[in-house]
Design a protein around this ligand. Structure first.
Ligand code: MTE
Ligand code: HPA
Ligand code: MOS
Length: 765
C-alpha cells in the first residue's frame, strides 16, 4: 500500500504548521536569545524595542503566571532566563509584534549588560569539574576486572563521536489562540503533544484540561521534537494567554540551528580483551556524554548508550559506565537511535583497533562473537527469537563478502590514487521506551452511520508513515478498504496522556491500541449480524466488506451492517488501550527485561577514497534487515534508505563546530554539510531477512524507524580501511565524523621516504 500522504506531499497540499490559515488579529513571536554561553545578566534594556511601532509587548520570566520551568526528566530548565545565561541561544525574552518583520527589527534594538562567566564545552572537562546532570550509571555483567588476566590480547583507546543537527525540513514552531473559559488551543510541530500540554499547564498555572494541543503532521522530527518542541508551544501559549490574541512563531532555520539541542557528542574510553581464538572475553567503556546546559532527555539517552554498548555481540564480562556531563551548549536531546549509535560506535572502534593490531579483518572478530539464542545482555535480558547469527550469515553469503574483498584487493593493487575499503556493520536494537511506564498508548475509533471510519491515535505522523500503517491496521481488523478510513489529527482532547512518538515504537503501541478498539467494535457488529440472521456470533465473519454466515456470503454489506447496528442503538465508538506486557527494569540493580523485542540487521559498506583530494564516495551499502513480517515495503524500505543516509551523514560529513566560547560556528547550511542526493550510496540494496517477526510488533512487522541509522557507522570504518590501504602508516583514529579534511590528513601522515605516499607527494608516476 502506498503512503496515504504521497499525493498530498507532492502536490503541496499536506498541511504543516505554516499551512494553517492564520486568524484575524494574529500576532507574531520572536525570542530574544542569549548572545553568549555563560554569564550573569546585569541589565537588559527593552525600552527602544518596546517603543517601536507594531511591537505589542515584550515578555520576560517576570510575566510567567506559573512556574518558569519546562524540564521534563529533571526540573532544571527555565523557559526564559532569569539571572543567568547557560548557553548561547538561550531564550531571554519573547517579543510580540504585529508582524514577524517588526519583531525582528525590535530584536536589534534590545541591549544587554553581562558579566561573562567561564564556559565549558568539553564533556571530559565537565566531568573533572564534577559538573554532572546526574550520578553516573554502570551496567555490569560477569567480572571484567578479573577477566583481563585470561585475555591473550588487550587493547585500549578513545573513541569520539560528534553531535548532529536534526535538520527536519519543517523548523520548530507553534500557533496558539485563546478559547473559552480561560482555555487555550495550540497547534504544535511536536512529537509529544502531551509534553507540550503538560508544560503549558505548568507555566500558565492552569489545569491540563484547559490546554488542547493539536498536531496534523510534522515535516520531520528525528527526535528533535520529542522534547524540544515544547518551549515554542509554551511561549506562544504564554503570549496568547496574556494578550488574549492568537500568537504564532515559526523559527527561521538559523535561529533553530542556534537555539535548539542536537544529538549528543560523546567522548569515550574503551578497553577490550580477546582470547587467542578471538573471543571477546572482556569489555570496559566509559562514556562522557555532552548533555549541554540542562538535562532534557539526556539521562534517558545515556541509558540507551549503555543498553547498546555491546551491539550485536555476546561478551561475558562487561563493565560500562556513563557520565552525563553538564556543559554550556544548548541542551542536547533525542536523535534517531537515542544514544544507541554512540554506544555502538565505541565497541566497533575497539574491534577495529584490535583487528588492526592483529593484522586481520575486523569481521573475523565480529563473526566469532555474534549473539546466540539465550545469550544474556549486560542488562539481564536474554535473547529470544534471536536473529543475530542468521542475519550475519545471510548478509555475508547473499552479497558474497569474499568476492567483494577480492574485488577490492584487485582494485587497490591496480589503482594508485584511488583506494577502496569495506566494513561490516551489524545492528541489534532494543524496541520499547527504556523507561517502562512510557510504553502505553490509546486509540479512539468512530464508525459513522454511513460506514466511514474515523481514527485518532496518540501517534504523530512525522514522515515515517505511521498514518498509513494505522489505516492498514484498521483495514485488516474490519476487512474494509482504505477509502473508508480517515486518520484524524493527533489531539490531546481525543487521546490523552500520550507518550511521545519515539523509540521506534509508535506503530507498535498505537497500532495495538487501535487493534483493541477495532476488535471491540467488530465484536459488536458481529453480534448485531448474528442477532439479525438468528445465527451464532461464532458463525459470523466480516470479509471484504461483507457479512458471512457459516462461510456463506450474506446480502449484508458493511454499510448495511453499520446501519443495522446504529438502528439497534449499538455503540459505534471505542477507545482502545495498550500497554506492552512482559517488560520491566530495576534501575537499582540495572537489570531487567526492558525491551519487547530486538531488531537485528547487518550491512556491508564499500567506499572509494580519492587519495589525492581526500574525498570519498560510498559505492554500496548492501544489507539484510530483520523486518519481521514486513507490513509496508515502500514505507519500511524508505525508513532504511533515509536512516542509512542520515547515519552516513553523521559519520562522515556533518561537522558541528562550537568555538571555545560556546558559539555555534556551523550555524547554517553553508557551514554545516548534510548528505544530499549525491551522498546516497550508488548501490543501496535492502534484503528482507526471512523471519517470523514478533507477537509484540504490530502485525508481526517489527519497528523500523531508528535501527537503520546505525548501518551508517559502517561508512566510517570502510573509509578507514581505504585510507590504510593507501597509507599503511596511518594511525587509526576514532573521531567521527571522518570528514574529507581528516581523510586527507590521514592519507598523508607519517610519510616514509620511498613509500607510495611519498611518491604521490612528489608527483612521481
Ligand atoms: N522518518 C521520517 N521520515 N521522519 C522522522 O522524523 N524520525 C525517526 C524515525 N524515522 C523520523 C523518521 C525517529 S527518531 C523515530 S523514533 C521514529 O521514526 C519514530 O516513528 P515510529 O515510532 O513510528 O517508528
Ligand atoms: N527512546 C526514545 N525516546 C525516549 C526513550 C527511548 O528509549 N525514553 C524516553 N524517551
Ligand atoms: Mo526518536 S530519537 O526516539 O524520536
Amino acid at each position: 500500500m502506498k503512503n496515504i500522504d504521497s499525493v498530498g506531499h507532492v502536490r503541496g497540499e499536506s498541511i504543516y504548521l505554516d499551512d494553517i490559515p492564520v486568524r484575524t488579529g494574529t500576532l507574531y513571536a520572536l525570542v530574544y536569545d542569549a548572545p553568549c554561553a555563560h554569564a550573569r545578566i546585569k541589565n537588559v534594556d527593552y525600552s527602544k524595542a518596546e517603543a517601536l511601532p507594531g511591537v505589542v509587548r515584550i515578555l520576560t520570566h517576570q510575566d510567567i503566571p506559573g512556574e518558569n520551568e519546562i524540564g521534563n526528566i529533571f526540573q532544571d530548565e527555565p523557559l526564559l532566563a532569569e539571572n543567568e545565561i547557560h548557553f548561547w541561544g538561550m531564550s531571554i525574552a519573547l517579543i510580540i509584534a504585529e508582524s514577524e518583520y517588526i519583531a525582528r527589527q525590535a530584536k536589534k534594538l534590545i541591549s544587554i549588560e553581562l558579566d561573562e562567566l567561564p564556559v565549558i564545552t568539553d564533556p571530559r572537562e565537565a566531568r573533572t569539574k564534577n559538573s554532572l546532570i546526574a550520578p553516573p550509571r554502570t551496567f555490569k555483567m560477569g567480572d571484567a576486572e578479573s577477566a583481563w588476566s585470561a585475555c591473550e590480547y588487550i587493547f585500549e583507546g578513545t573513541a569520539d563521536t560528534n553531535g548532529q543537527e536534526h535538520l527536519y525540513i519543517e523548523s520548530q514552531g507553534a500557533y496558539a489562540y485563546p478559547t473559552e473559559h480561560g482555555s487555550i488551543r495550540i497547534s504544535s510541530s511536536t512529537q509529544g503533544p502531551t509534553q507540550v500540554q503538560k508544560a503549558v499547564a505548568r507555566v500558565l498555572d492552569i489545569p491540563m484540561h484547559k490546554v488542547e494541543v493539536d498536531v496534523t503532521r510534522l515535516g520531520g522530527g528525528f527526535g528533535g521534537k520529542e522534547d524540544q518542541a515544547t518551549a515554542w508551544g509554551v511561549l506562544v501559549a504564554l503570549a496568547a494567554q496574556i494578550l488574549k490574541r492568537p500568537v504564532k512563531y515559526s523559527l527561521h532555520r538559523m535561529d533553530d540551528m542556534r537555539m535548539t539541542g542536537k544529538r549528543h557528542p560523546y567522548s569515550s574510553d574503551y578497553k577490550i580483551g580477546l582470547s587467542k581464538d578471538l573471543k571477546i572475553l572482556a569489555y570496559e567503556a566509559t562514556f562522557h556524554q555532552n548533555a549541554g546546559a540542562s538535562a532534557d532527555l539526556s539521562p534517558a539517552v545515556l541509558e540507551r548508550t549503555l543498553f547498546h554498548a555491546t551491539n550485536m555481540y555476546f561478551v561475558p564480562n562487561v563493565e560500562v559506565t556513563a557520565y552525563s556531563c553538564r556543559t554550556h551548549l544548548p541542551p542536547n536531546t533525542a536523535f534517531r537511535g537515542f544514544g544507541g549509535p554512540q554506544g555502538m560506535f565505541v565497541i566497533e572502534a575497539a574491534i577495529s583497533r584490535a583487528a588492526n593490531e592483529l593484522g586481520i579483518a575486523a569481521r573475523e572478530i565480529q563473526a566469532r562473537n555474534i549473539l546466540q539464542e539465550g545469550d544474556e545482555f549486560p542488562y539481564g535480558q536474554k535473547t529470544e527469537k534471536c536473529e543475530a547469527q542468521k542475519v550475519w550469515d545471510t548478509t555475508l553469503e547473499a552479497y558474497n563478502i569474499e568476492q567483494i574483498e577480492q574485488e577490492i584487493a584487485t582494485f587497490n593493487s591496480e589503482n594508485k590514487h584511488y583506494k577502496k575499503g569495506v566494513a561490516i556493520m551489524p545492528v541489534c536494537f532494543g524496541i520499547s521506551f527504556t523507561n517502562t511506564p512510557m510504553n502505553n498508548a490509546r486509540a479512539l475509533v468512530h464508525i459513522y452511520q454511513d460506514g466511514s471510519v474515523g481514527i485518532s491515535t496518540g501517534g504523530v505522523e512525522m514522515g515515517q508513515g505511521l498514518n498509513t500503517k494505522m489505516v492498514q491496521v484498521a483495514m485488516a481488523e474490519f476487512s474494509i478498504p482504505a477509502h473508508r478510513i480517515k486518520i484524524e489529527t493527533t489531539n490531546t482532547t481525543r487521546v490523552a496522556n500520550t507518550s511521545p512518538s519515539a523509540a521506534s515504537a509508535t506503530a507498535d503501541l498505537n497500532g495495538k491500541a487501535l487493534e483493541q478498539a477495532c476488535r471491540a467494535l467488530k465484536k459488536r457488529l458481529i453480534e448485531t449480524a448474528a442477532k439479525h440472521l438468528q445465527s451464532n456470533s461464532s458463525d459470523i465473519s466480516i470479509e471484504d466488506e461483507f457479512v458471512f454466515n457459516k462461510n456463506k456470503k450474506m446480502d449484508i454489506g458493511w454499510e448495511k451492517l453499520v446501519q443495522l447496528a446504529f438502528l439497534n442503538r449499538v455503540c459505534l465508538s471505542e477507545n482502545g488501550h495498550y500497554s506492552t506486557p512482559v517488560i520491566h527494569f530495576d534501575k537499582a540493580k540495572e537489570k531487567g527485561h526492558p525491551f519487547a523485542y530486538h531488531v537485528y540487521g547487518n550491512s556491508i559498506t564499500v567506499v572509494t577514497v580519492d587519495c589525492l583530494r581526500g574525498r570519498y564516495e560510498v559505492d554500496a551499502v548492501k544489507l539484510v534487515h530483520d523486518f519481521g513480517k514486513k507490513m509496508n515495503t515502500p514505507i519500511d524500505d524508505g525508513q532504511i534508505e533515509g536512516g542509512v543516509v542520515q547515519g552516513i551523514g553523521w559519520m562522515t560529513m556533518e561537522e558541528l563546530l562550537y568555538n571555545d566560547k560556546g558559539r555555534l560556528l556551523s550555524n547554517a547550511l553553508s557551514t554545516y554539510k548534510i548528505p544530499d542526493i549525491y551522498s546516497v550510496p550508488k548501490d543501496l540494496i535492502i534484503k528482507n531477512l526471512d523471519a517470523e517477526g514478533h507477537p509484540l510488533a504490530i502485525r508481526q512487522s517489527k519497528a523500523v524507524g531508528e535501527p537503520p541509522l546505525m548501518y551508517g557507522i559502517g561508512a566510517y570504518f570502510a573509509i578507514q580501511n581505504a585510507v590504510k590501504a593507501f597509507n599503511p602508516n596511518y594511525d587509526l583514529k576514532f573521531d567521527a565524523p571522518f570528514t574529507p579534511e581528516k581523510v586527507l590528513m590521514g592519507l598523508y601522515e607519517n610519510v616514509e621516504k620511498g613509500s607510495l605516499v611519498d611518491a604521490v607527494l612528489k608527483h612521481e608516476s
